[in-house]
Write a protein that binds this ligand. Structure first.
Ligand code: CO8
Length: 250
């Protein structure tokens, strides 16, 4: 089990299923997972994959956020490096020529919700849950959520979710435009493959040009501001206290 790959990839007909595989931690993103995702996505692009379906292992979680057990002891410098690594992954997904469908099969919280937002659109299982619990941990979204959520769901919906840290179900996520379609959990991947096949039949050059146009709608300057603000909170005892509380360390 220890030696299992953190990211699993299956390719069929220029469509790749990419599965984050850390089931025991609800697929939380640590540095290793982020680096593996970066490497796998780079390889897929080099191999001419046209559509990627990104999901989480198991039936409970897509990604339950950045790994709190790794983050809680970060210095501001380490937090800045982690945010930079996460931003690189999200931006690579956005700028890549591959069209990414997030297949959200459970919790998509914090960095998990941000990862889904970096994909081109989101399909979800009916049991999925979304939110930005960062404020409950004394931090802020640090993988681009403050930039991409307002673009996708509007500034007030984004502020409501981010300021409250509340967790919403798939129907509420659908109603604010965060999720494009909801499926029964055992049909989610099948439906994603079917849409991926319909996209994959289209002109490859058209898809590539579209990806780059859409990527340019996200402001690099705003992403950098979030990255720097995120790191600044790691000088604050609230962050350590709140994260230790989640980890039951006192
Ligand atoms: N990090 C590390 N471990 C986690 C995480 C996480 N984000 N989420 C769950 N786990 C672990 C739990 O600690 C637990 O481990 P163990 O079995 O060893 O005790 C295991 O996964 C199962 O979790 P639970 O027992 O808590 O399962 P429940 O069904 O009771 O609850 C929840 C599920 C509601 C998802 C709950 O686990 C939870 O609240 N998780 C944390 C969610 C969260 O706050 N996510 C946001 C994290 S912050 C973030 O993502 C910031 C992103 C920006 C980073 C910027 C770069 C630096």
């Amino acid at each position: 089990m220890e030696n299992e790959k953190l990211v699993l990839v299956e390719i069929r007909e220029k469509i790749a299923l990419i599965t984050i595989n850390r089931v025991k931690s609800l697929n939380a993103l640590n540095r290793e997972v982020i680096k593996s995702l970066l490497e796998e996505i780079d390889l897929l692009e080099k191999n001419g994959v046209i559509v990627g379906i990104l999901t989480g292992s198991g039936s409970k979680s897509f990604v339950a956020g950045a790994d709190i057990s790794e983050m809680y002891q970060f210095s501001p410098l380490e937090a800045a490096e982690f945010a930079s690594l996460g931003h690189k992954l999200m931006r690579n997904i956005e700028k890549s020529s591959i069209i990414f469908i997030a297949a959200v099969n459970g919790f998509a919280l914090g960095g998990g919700c941000e990862l889904a937002l970096a994909c081109d659109f989101i399909y979800a299982s009916e049991n999925s849950k979304f939110g930005f619990p960062e404020v409950t941990l004394g931090i802020i979204p640090g993988f681009g959520g403050t930039v991409r959520a307002p673009l996708k769901i509007g500034i007030s919906n984004a502020k409501e979710l981010i300021f409250t840290g509340k967790i919403i179900n798939s129907n509420d996520a659908f109603n604010i435009g965060l999720v494009q379609k909801i499926f029964l959990q055992d049909k989610l991947l099948e439906e994603c493959w079917s849409v991926a096949e319909s996209i994959q039949k289209n002109g490859v050059a058209s898809l590539k040009v579209l990806k780059s146009i859409f990527a340019s709608t996200v402001s690099e300057k705003d992403l950098l501001l979030e990255q720097q603000s995120f790191a600044s909170l790691f000088t604050n005892s609230e962050q350590i206290d709140r994260m230790k509380k989640f980890l039951k360390l006192f």
